[in-house]
Design a binder for this molecule. Structure first.
Ligand code: NAD
Length: 477
């Protein structure tokens, strides 16, 4: 018997959770439940995180959490509980299997069977944002080597375990050469360790277009957080409906399982919600805790019900469906089909011993890091870059003004009059080639800039790592 933490959530949450737990019980899941309250009630009681300490304790003790959707109250000040949980519990891998159930659930992609593996902790979701000038706000995109290694290795281990043939990587490294470039580079390094699994790389824009058009060409797809957020919803939707997908959030010690849809307040309390997303989440959970026999039984019973045309309102279609049922009746139908295998949909066999152990991240030896200069960001309401350059180009230092950009585009020296400029300027100071500088030179430059009435708002040091430039060039440089 394994104890797991369960939250019934808000809106349709309690209905679909009751349905799911009734199926798990009937299927003989060897679990007991620790019920907690998260979401709307907790938010409205004044806790802006949506979760109390006792609930955290339960999740951290049991390490496995089945969560129904919650309602995030409208208005500012409430932090997303999902993002808080993923980051606080180190749930680095978000896994979303998206398979079509043709011809029983309408889809334009009858043979698609894709698993999206989304990095879940970093990227633009680091949530580090600042307003720097009247006109400019900034969000930091953080991509780390341990983050990339963990998620990419997870994708290949997942593919190996579930006998998947190919892992694809989606990035935008033609533009973000350092952040997405690192993700791509780590993907190539780790792919080489799995010669039996095919691998390929896609620029995310054309990759997303092909996913929407011909998802059959993809198998397992791994990507950074924001692309994964968007593309996994699209992939679930084109497989039939976002209402049919469950998701696993996996960390080194804890895991959280949920449906991908929200709390659907518009249909709550009416016994019409489709509990499939949460049932799928429970199947992922049972596999995760080493009960693939129970997971398989529920999955096959669910497939029987779907192929017999016993459908909830969201997927009911005249002609294909046979019987319109409510949430409770759908769950009862799944229970009635436990022990049976579908005759038309593919029956599921989960590998025994389904878990895999991820190696601990091993930090590489530190690189030789050389300071080459500094980017000084300034708030300046002027319009002519030559005027700003005039204030900064003759400062007394070993680092010299080499370039000014506005929104990344070079505007000095030799800028174009057509380039639109805001009040946010980056002034790059660099040493001569083959030279290095020191932090005190940077402090000296800042002090002279401030004396020259230039409002410095931020600096970024420019480094080389083992002789390789660790910063981007200006657009047009
Ligand atoms: P939603 O997914 O709740 O609903 C979108 C539409 O899909 C609605 O018309 C709804 O009736 C329908 N729908 C959703 N699930 C269904 C199901 N199982 N069966 C039948 N129909 C279903 O999205 P929303 O309306 O944008 O969000 C409602 C609330 O849910 C918001 O407070 C949002 O913050 C929250 N939310 C929570 C989670 C989560 O807890 N993981 C995820 C997304 C949204």
């Amino acid at each position: 018997m394994q104890k797991i933490t369960v939250a019934k959530g808000d809106g349709i949450g309690p209905e679909i959770m009751d349905a799911t737990l009734s199926i798990m019980k009937a299927a003989g899941a060897r679990v007991e439940y620790d019920m907690i309250e998260v979401g709307e009630k907790v938010y409205l009681a004044g806790n802006t995180s949506g979760i109390e300490k006792a609930a955290w304790d339960s999740i951290r003790t049991n390490k496995v959490f089945l969560k129904a959707p919650i309602t995030t109250p409208q208005g500012g000040g409430y932090k997303s509980l999902n993002v808080t949980m993923r980051k606080s519990l180190g749930l680095y891998a978000n896994v979303r299997p998206c398979k079509s159930f043709h011809p029983f659930v309408s889809t334009k992609h009858p043979t698609m069977d894709v698993v999206i593996i989304r990095e879940n902790e970093e990227d633009l979701y680091a949530g580090i944002e600042h307003q720097q000038t009247d006109e400019v706000v900034q969000c930091l995109k953080l991509i780390t080597r341990p983050g990339c290694e963990k998620i990419v290795r997870y994708a290949f281990e997942y593919a190996k375990l579930y006998k998947r043939k190919k892992v694809s990587c989606f990035t935008k490294d033609n533009i973000m050469k350092h952040t997405d470039g690192l993700f791509h580079q780590v993907f190539n390094e780790i792919a080489a360790e799995y010669p039996d699994i095919k691998s390929d790389n896609w620029i995310v824009d054309i990759g997303a277009a092909r996913m929407a058009d011909t998802p059959e060409i993809f198998d397992v797809v791994v990507m950074p957080n924001l692309y994964g957020d968007i593309i996994s919803d699209i992939t679930a939707q084109i497989s039939g409906s976002v209402g049919l997908a469950g998701t696993a959030n996996i960390g080194e010690s804890c895991a959280m399982f949920e449906a991908i849809h929200g709390s659907a307040p518009d249909i709550s309390g009416q016994n019409i919600a489709n509990p499939t997303g949460l049932i799928k989440a429970s199947i992922l959970l049972l596999n995760h805790i080493g009960q693939p026999d129970v997971a398989e039984n529920i999955k096959n019973a669910w497939s029987c019900v779907i192929e017999k045309g016993i459908h909830t309102k969201d997927i009911y279609k005249e002609g294909t469906s046979r019987e319109l049922v409510g949430t409770r009746e759908f769950a009862a139908a799944v229970v009635a089909h436990l022990g049976q295998k579908p005759s038309k949909l593919q029956s599921t066999e989960f590998a025994k011993g389904v878990s895999f152990t991820m190696p601990k991240y091993v930090r590489k030896p530190r690189s030789k890091k050389v300071l080459k200069g500094v980017d000084v960001f300034v708030d300046w309401p002027g319009a002519d870059a030559n005027e700003l350059a005039g204030k900064l180009k003759n400062l007394d230092s070993d680092i010299r003004l080499s370039m000014i950009t506005n929104r990344g585009v070079k505007v000095w020296p030799e800028g174009f009059s057509e380039t639109f400029c805001t009040d946010h300027w980056r002034c790059r100071f660099e040493v001569a080639k083959d030279q290095s500088t020191s932090p005190s030179s940077i402090v000296n430059i800042l002090s002279q800039a401030i004396t020259a009435d230039v409002e410095v708002i931020k600096t970024e040091n420019l480094y080389e790592f083992d002789g390789v430039r660790g910063y981007s060039l200006g657009q047009g440089q």
